[in-house]
Design a protein. Sequence first.
Length: 198
Amino acid sequence: MAYNKKEEYDEAVTQGLMKNYRESIALLGEDPDREGLLKTPERMAKAMQFITQGYQQDAQAILNSAKFHEDVSEMVVVKDIELYSMCEHHMLPFYGKAHIAYIPNGWITGLSKMARVVDVYSRRLQVQERLTTQILDAIVESLQPLGAAVVIEASHLCMMMRGVSKQNSVTTTSAFFGEFEKYPTRNEFLKLISSKLH
Ligand SMILES: Nc1nc2c(ncn2[C@@H]2O[C@H](COP(=O)(O)OP(=O)(O)OP(=O)(O)O)[C@@H](O)[C@H]2O)c(=O)[nH]1
Ligand SMILES: [Zn+2]
């Protein structure tokens, strides 16, 4: 399965979405037959299928595809993983960064798989809180670690382009498991992700 690039689109879904988007463009007062808009319903249909391709992807399959036995028990942190998701209330984007950590308990996974799991759950209709816990739960289920943590910082276009129109608010959500429920470990992680050193 292509993780990063959706190359195949379901024909029936594409046709259905195209019909809807053509109607939407007309309802919004535009001319769907104007040259610049002629291909727009098809582009939107493909873009939306790309943005929601996470429904067809399996986080466990991804994490387990590069799962290695390793006797280490030091904290692994992958920070600043960029994410783009869609708020389920307005179907407008929210975007930001995810920071993930875990303490292995016999198993590690490929570092890139963390970022792929972020994509699997970001590319759906989401709320930031659920996105955060789904990523955590996937890591816990696959690796059975001593601890795991996920922090997401994101800006929501539904709060920026419309509604309360607040341009600078950033929402932070977090989810902790095991060792990270204790303060020393949690604080070490929070300190590491706030550090500017790479
Ligand atoms: N908890 C949570 N809320 C979100 C998220 N994304 C958007 N929202 C909020 O979902 C809420 C939906 O509220 P409603 O009152 O039903 O919708 P609305 O009238 O468009 O609300 P306003 O955005 O305040 O204009 C808003 O407060 C949004 O800010 C998210 O990821 N998590
Ligand atoms: Zn919204």
